[in-house]
Design a protein around this ligand. Structure first.
Ligand code: IMP
Length: 437
């Protein structure tokens, strides 16, 4: 049975956690395929709030096997802390599988992420400072250490000694920082190794045999399309591939193993960190969105930049991910506005762009073409079916479908699990039932 991929359509923080959580209830395997603890989602289950950064959502369900795939970068300290805190709350983490091929975030990666950002000054990317970029850079340079290296102290030590020499030179000579101590890192990481060893394995045959035996497998994207290293707003992107195609590489499955691709998008738009953001709202509207939407980062606590729904970016995401459907989250936040703007195109030097512009200069300097549509002011948090939504909200969702050429299957109207509106027969399949089709 082919799997299902769940991807962010915008710049991350679309509320993927809530949808993954709903899907996980009926899913046998949840596989993270990229990113690291730069991600974060908050999930409320049985009145309990869980903030997960690295461990896949599936861990919260006894029937589900959570998998950290080969494409993920792992800070073992953070992973163990997350496992401990889940265990302290009665969640069994023994089923967690960690790919031996996943790369390790090392202390020098954290240090480099911080000092490079500082050096970039006003050109900084606004990274989460979790060491993500430097770890993926070492992976590409083939000097990374992997989870499987933790299982062989000699190999770990030999690889570390090669790479640490270079990193220490860089830290000391370029950035004026103190060098890091090999022995200290070894002791620390070999302690992690002892605890992580039972979880480290080759995850790819396990996922393949799950798919072959008809089990449901969900590939859980972190970050989102516009932060994709190859297709996002480079250089203001993360260092991995959150798009659906990234699931094949990062989890080790073939393109034909994924048949349903759900794109998650907020009813408006947010972005953290630096970089162009054409549909960014004026400060007054942005503040309303920040407060009504609680737009502060789960991982860093940073206030998010807020804007209107960007249909150009969403169309681009629908194409890149071959989305089967869209789930729109936080529609209730827009109840604050009597009129709602939607960015339908960009304009640059007198030319209108309805498709994503071919180069960054246009994207950096374009102005948004907004369409203004009537909103609604009714409280929609208790809506459970399409007929419960006011006409303004229904029209808004229809306009999004039209602009993106993708059917909306579900609309979320609040943080609670039950606060979902199903778009009936137009949905490509029930969220929370038979997830992978
Ligand atoms: P990095 O992934 O920490 O290297 O950060 C690169 C860019 O991606 C920065 O603009 C971050 O703010 C952004 N970013 C990384 N992870 C997330 C996320 O989970 N949500 C939103 N933005 C993110």
């Amino acid at each position: 049975m082919p799997g299902l991929a769940l991807v962010g359509v915008q710049w991350g923080d679309e509320g993927k956690g809530k949808v993954t959580d709903l899907l996980a209830e009926h899913t046998d395997f949840v596989v993270r395929y990229q990113g690291g603890n730069n991600a974060g989602h908050t999930i409320v289950v049985g009145g309990e709030r869980y903030a997960l950064h690295l461990v896949p959502t599936g861990v919260l369900y006894d029937h589900c096997t959570p998998v950290i795939g080969p494409g993920v970068v792992v800070n073992p300290e953070v992973l163990l802390e997350e496992m401990d805190s889940l265990e302290a709350r009665g969640i069994d983490v023994s089923r967690l599988l960690l790919s031996g091929n996943s790369h390790l975030i090392m202390p020098y990666h954290l240090e480099l992420d911080r000092v490079v950002e500082r050096r970039l000054g006003k050109n900084r990317l606004g990274t989460t400072k979790r060491g993500i970029g430097p770890t993926y850079a070492d992976k590409a340079a083939r000097i990374g250490l992997r989870a499987q290296d933790l299982l062989d102290p000699k190999i770990f030590s030999a690889k570390l000694s090669v790479v640490l020499k270079e990193k220490n030179l860089m830290l000391a000579r370029v950035y004026g920082r103190l060098p890091l101590d090999q022995k200290e890192i070894e002791v620390q990481y070999l302690e992690y190794a002892e605890r992580l060893a039972p979880h480290i394995t080759d995850t790819t045959p396990i996922i393949q045999s799950a798919l072959d035996s008809g089990k449901s497998v969900m590939f859980e994207g972190a970050q989102a399309t516009m932060l994709d290293l190859d297709h996002g707003t480079y250089p203001f992107v993360t260092s991995s591939n959150p798009i659906a195609g990234g699931a094949c590489v990062g989890a080790g499955v073939g393109p034909r193993d994924i048949s349903r691709i759900i794109g998650i998008s907020k009813a408006y738009c947010t972005r953290v960190g630096s970089g162009p953001f054409p549909s960014e709202a004026d400060p007054i509207d942005a503040d309303v969105l920040v407060e009504a939407g609680g737009e502060y980062g789960t991982t860093t606590g940073r206030k998010r930049r807020c804007g209107w729904f960007d249909a150009v970016a969403a169309r681009y995401a629908a194409r890149l991910n071959t989305l089967s459907e869209l789930v729109i989250t936080k529609l209730d936040v827009l109840s604050q506005f009597e009129r709602i703007k939607v960015c339908v195109a960009y304009e640059f030097e007198g030319r209108r762009y309805e498709d994503f512009p071919p180069n960054q200069t246009i994207f950096n300097k374009c102005t948004p073409v907004f369409e203004e549509i009537p909103g609604w002011t009714e409280d929609i948090t208790n809506a459970r079916s399409v007929v419960d939504l006011p006409a303004g909200a229904r029209d808004y969702v229809s306009r999004i479908e039209e602009l993106c050429g993708t059917p909306v299957s579900y609309v979320s109207v609040g943080p609670g699990r039950e606060q979902m509106v199903a778009y009936g027969e137009r949905s490509a399949g029930p969220v929370g039932a038979g997830a992978a089709r």
